[in-house]
Ligand binder design. Structure first.
Ligand SMILES: [Zn+2]
Length: 462
């Protein structure tokens, strides 16, 4: 079923077993989670760290993120509360950071390289009434980033991203998931991975298995209708409740999968779910699942963009907090490529680039007027962007223009070779700004590092 061509050995991947029960009355998700973690580092580890995105809706964090559009019913709070944490069957000490974003679990014995540890976590996720990745609103309950996920270990430590107002503050390793979701049978479930459902006494249990994915998400709704279509080895499902052109939405999803498969390399998973949700930021990508806001009327642009993320973010990972352009710039550029290859959608590549250039120039002009200067550096943490327009213009728009510039310099033959090699090299792994640039330079056989860095450090002037 699952076609892979990966150098990593299966047994070294982290394995997550999650048993989750949704209570629609209390808007909570009760979870029992076991994590089998193998130490793939060269160091002996005394603790394992987890990122707790569910706490970004807690009072301390969410008050900073108050927007009317995210909380149409007024500000509300969510959180994650732990009942117990065990390491290899023994109760253990654990600590949650002051910012509430990091859980550190102490190991009673050092975990040496190649050794494996089992961590059992029992916890409850309290959903906020919010149109966001994690939360419930009128039509859907969204479960993005609901569970404690092991932080990536690099350069001698666990990477502990902060929460961020703009962008997606996520970074994780590829892992295997076996998730059981229990919910009232009036709901329909869309999820990452392959799903088998049974219903008894008014309760549905969905068992979802996903291999070699860097996250797991699901959405529940009583209103979902479902359309499916096969695309080579993949079944695409469209879960929707507010789309008069549902067939067209499914069709553009299929064309996206085909187009990107041809341009970058094959999509390697058996399922892809496109899911309408109550969501206030257009769309959100997860492995095998993309959330599309139910108020979008863009003839599929967001669907194309989020599906491009299945290549850049999902298969090829990167620290989205540190270098958001690495996946967003390339994804936005890939969206333009989709329209170039599918002229029936009447949106030309050159038109997209021209609009992007004009939008970017306007942004620089306005921000210079307001602030006297504008910070055009692309490679900065999400928290270093002061406003949403600044984040979008620098990361998406400038990122897209940069890849267009590189394409024109290299010519299509070399440029598409770079993209294909980049996908093949970093599939199921983590990339970075430096690794992307070195990969492109190597594939092109040209010293293009300086050009990349002049865009990234802000010295290219429009
Ligand atoms: Zn994106």
């Amino acid at each position: 079923m699952f076609v892979v061509g990966c150098g990593q050995k299966d047994e070294k991947l982290c394995k997550y077993y999650i048993d989750a029960t949704y209570n629609a009355d209390s808007q909570t998700l009760g979870c029992e989670q076991s994590v089998l973690y193998t130490n793939n580092t060269d160091n002996a580890l005394g603790k394992i760290c987890f990122f707790l995105y569910a706490n970004s809706f807690c009072e301390v964090a969410s008050s900073k993120a108050y927007f009317n559009k995210t909380y149409p019913n007024g500000e509300d709070f969510g959180k994650i509360e732990f009942e117990s944490i065990y390491v290899n069957g023994q109760s253990t000490n654990y600590e949650i950071s002051d910012g509430k974003n990091i859980l550190s679990v102490t190991l009673s014995n050092k975990l040496f390289p190649q050794e494996c540890v089992k961590i059992d976590l029992k916890y409850t996720v309290f959903l906020a009434n919010v149109c966001h990745r994690l939360g419930y609103y009128d039509d859907t309950a969204n479960f993005g980033n609901f569970f404690p996920i092991v932080c990536v270990y690099e350069n001698g430590g666990f990477v502990k991203n902060d929460f961020a107002l703009n962008g997606d503050p996520f970074y994780s390793d590829v892992a295997d998931f076996d998730v059981r979701i229990t919910f009232p049978c009036e709901f329909v479930c869309a999820s990452t991975g392959q799903k088998v459902e049974t219903t008894e006494n008014g309760v549905t249990v969905a068992r979802c298995e996903a291999k070699k994915v860097r996250d797991f998400a699901f959405v529940l709704s009583k209103k979902f209708k479902v359309l499916t279509k096969e695309c080579d080895k993949t079944v695409i499902s469209y879960f929707y409740y507010n789309d008069e052109n549902a067939e067209s939405s499914l069709e553009i999803a299929k064309k996206s999968l085909e187009t990107f498969g041809e341009l970058f390399g094959e999509y390697l998973y058996p399922t892809l779910s496109v899911v309408q949700t109550n969501f206030c930021f257009g769309g959100m990508e997860y492995p095998n699942l993309v959330m599309i806001a139910d108020d979008i009327t863009d003839n599929g642009y967001v669907i194309v963009h989020e599906i491009a993320h299945q290549w850049w973010y999902s298969a090829v990972g990167n620290n989205e907090f540190v270098s958001p352009w690495v996946d967003e710039g390339l994804t936005e550029f890939s969206t333009a490529l989709f329209y170039e290859k599918n002229p029936e959608y009447n949106l030309s590549y050159s038109e997209i680039m021209q609009n992007a250039e004009e939008t970017y120039k306007k942004f620089v002009e306005v921000y210079t007027k307001i602030n006297g200067q504008v910070d055009e550096r692309m490679d900065r943490n999400l928290n270093e962007f002061d406003t949403e327009p600044e984040y979008v213009n620098i990361t998406y728009t400038k990122g897209m223009l940069m890849f267009d510039n590189i394409r024109r310099l290299l010519g299509d033959k070399k440029f598409f070779k770079c993209l294909k090699n980049y996908y093949k090299t970093f599939m199921f792994k983590n990339s970075s700004a430096e690794l992307l640039i070195e990969s492109f330079a190597k594939s092109a056989g040209m010293k293009i590092q300086k050009l990349f860095y002049s865009w990234i450090d802000g010295s290219v002037v429009y």
